[in-house]
Design a protein around this ligand. Sequence first.
Ligand code: ACO
Length: 430
Amino acid sequence: MKKAEIFINGDKLYEVPVIIDNMGGHSLDITNLRKDTGFITYDPGFGNTGSCRSSITYLDGEKGILQYRGYPIEDLVESCDFVEVAYLLVHGYLPNLVERRKYADMLNQHSLLHPQMRDFFKNYPDHSHPMSILAAMSVSLQSFYPEIDLAEDPEKQMDLNVTRLLSKMRTIAAFTYRKLIGMDFVNPNYKYSYCENFLNMMFSSPVKKYKANPVHAKALNKLLILHADHEQNCSTTAVRLIGSSEANLYAAVSAGICALWGPRHGGANQAVIEMLQQILESGESLEKIVERAKDKDDPFRLMGFGHRVYKTYDPRAKIARSMCDEVLADLGTSDPLLDLAVKLEEVALNDSYFIERNLYPNVDFYTGIIFRAMGIPTNMYTVMFALGRLPGWIAHYLEWNHDPYEKIGRPRQIYTGPQPKKVLPIDQRE
Ligand code: ACO
């Protein structure tokens, strides 16, 4: 076994075991560091911390590689639908025809919501953010449906819980949209595919016959696949952390939804479109916008740019960028926001600040343009991201559940508060 050594002022403190992963990546195993030496490590934002062992997703941020269970994202987007990829993430292999059909049947069987859950929607104010409703509904599922019990027939339980969540969250997302625009709910329909069913629940109208546009359904499939997993990102780490306390799957997923909501994470897709709209309306030059993003005294950042792990073009952003052209061309429309985004990308990528810091468009930079083309409103974009990320969250929750190394997540801290003090009687305090 390889070992590294830690020295303090020339004196050897510790020998650290080195772990080498399946792709040749090296890690220092500091599990016993505090026990053996009294030292802890400090790593705000966990930029250098491996929190678990995982076989779900591999990404190389320097080379722009992303693989789910060994399959390149580019191949999965081209050759599979979202349900197959969800199966792959959760089970570890792509389904055959029989398994795929069984999964489709289960998705249909579990697509309806309990009537009492339907009533919840009524009491949300019309200005609610859909992510708040999604998170609350997710954790509420625990009150209506039995929890995952992996001890009893694990394969069956896993399929049951996974298809239940995948299917019901799709219904919840569409009902949320209908509630916020004041329209009656449309129930899921067995005759449609996963994505067609969602579009039908979103856009069916009592006055005009609706049929989901196949271009939209195909694009939605691809977008959901692009979002399906991304190893230990903020929301997945939240899911694993909540799961580590042995909280139930629905609670852990609800925490993932809350973490995703923030504009530094999945909320960036909404923020990108709002930023582009503001630039268009204000008529401000793109050079000025980029200058503002660089100014440390200005809180403004270029939304949809930068990533903790990608130091080159995010492979998902590359796919989303080419999808924008395909979807708009198929629909025979154009979008001034796409033209603006392309120009903004060009200005930023030629600026030394962005070059030096390796800041490239991330997945959220172009996806909003595609959601817009489908008629999905801006405040629903992060909900769409959540629907895509759901199988990833579930796969990580289940992986944690089977992990022989698992422990409750409980980091240490560097204390910066006062020294111990005496409590004075109230009449003696300043
Ligand atoms: N605009 C301007 N400057 C930026 C941007 C940006 N979008 N992103 C990073 N930087 C700068 C930082 O100011 C910092 O500069 P410095 O070294 O001079 O201090 C440097 O680049 C490194 O950035 P950090 O914030 O340290 O990088 P970190 O890995 O912590 O953050 C994050 C990554 C949160 C994604 C960041 O790039 C960001 O806020 N981007 C905009 C929001 C966004 O698009 N989020 C979606 C990410 S993808 C996803 O989660 C699905």
